[in-house]
Design a protein. Structure first.
Length: 256
């Protein structure tokens, strides 16, 4: 019994130590086949923000398990988890892929006109389905990587499953739940940004350098999901305008 208690205590200390991390100044460089100046580098976990210089270089404070997001108009979004190796090296080099515009659609076979009576005659054969192809179809929403990790962390076999206990003690379960919430906010934020940016900034202009910072400011608000999830664009736009004025006021106050 005493040995078991000692083992449990040792495991507790081990997982507790995982949560401890120091903050360092990370020196990084962004590489790309296109322009690397003014790429937004955002520490989502610590809510810090910087941009790259003309050589793609940047400096930002990070801790273990922080998430860095690299974003610019010319590149695809990239997220990097700060692991122990990066902490020890104190350097990071990332390569950003260019955003490539979709090619014009290529039409193969008969052209459909939009006239339903005419088009019915031009459609040949029956549509292919997963059942016909012998592929099992999954009807539910696919889980994200974080959601799969949370499932693994909270389930286990045996009379007393160890996974839920150890992950609860170490704080991993709480961390994964928080990460899922952040990913949900980020996904919604980018969807809103794509749909409503043009209308929003025509009503209340904002310099291009601050647009990403503003949207992260909005997504971190306590009422963001409540006010924007499954809401109409008109209601969301009203909310964004209120937040944009608050963001500008904060910028002005901090400047002074």
């Amino acid at each position: 019994m005493e040995k078991n208690s000692l083992l449990f205590f040792s495991v507790f200390l081990f997982f507790s130590s995982i949560g401890f991390s120091q903050t360092i100044d990370l020196l990084g460089k962004v590489q790309s086949e296109s322009d690397v100046e003014n790429v937004h580098v955002i520490n989502k976990s610590a809510q810090r923000f910087t941009t790259t210089n003309k050589y793609g270089e940047f400096k930002i404070s990070v801790s273990l398990n922080d998430t860095l997001v690299f974003s610019s108009i010319q590149h695809k979004l990239l997220s990097v988890l700060i692991d122990q190796e990066i902490i020890e090296d104190k350097t990071l080099v990332v390569f950003l892929e260019e955003q490539v515009n979709e090619l014009d659609q290529v039409v193969v076979g008969k052209v459909l006109t939009g006239d339903i009576m005419s088009d019915v005659g031009n459609v040949e054969g029956e549509p292919m389905t997963s059942k016909k192809a012998g592929i099992p179809s999954y009807q539910g929403k696919p889980k994200t990587q974080s959601e799969r990790r949370l499932t693994e962390a909270t389930t286990g076999a045996g009379i007393i499953p160890l996974n839920p206990i150890l992950n609860g003690i170490s704080g991993r379960t709480k961390e994964l739940k928080q990460r899922i919430l952040l990913e949900e906010k980020e996904t919604l934020m980018y969807s809103i940004k794509a749909r409503l940016s043009e209308d929003l900034f025509s009503l209340e202009p904002l310099h291009d350098d601050f647009i990403m910072e503003y949207f992260y400011f909005v997504s971190e608000a306590e009422d963001f999901l409540e006010r924007c999830k499954s809401k109409t664009d008109i209601l969301i736009l009203e909310y964004l305008l209120v937040k944009l004025k608050a963001y500008k006021k904060n910028k002005y106050d901090n400047k002074n």
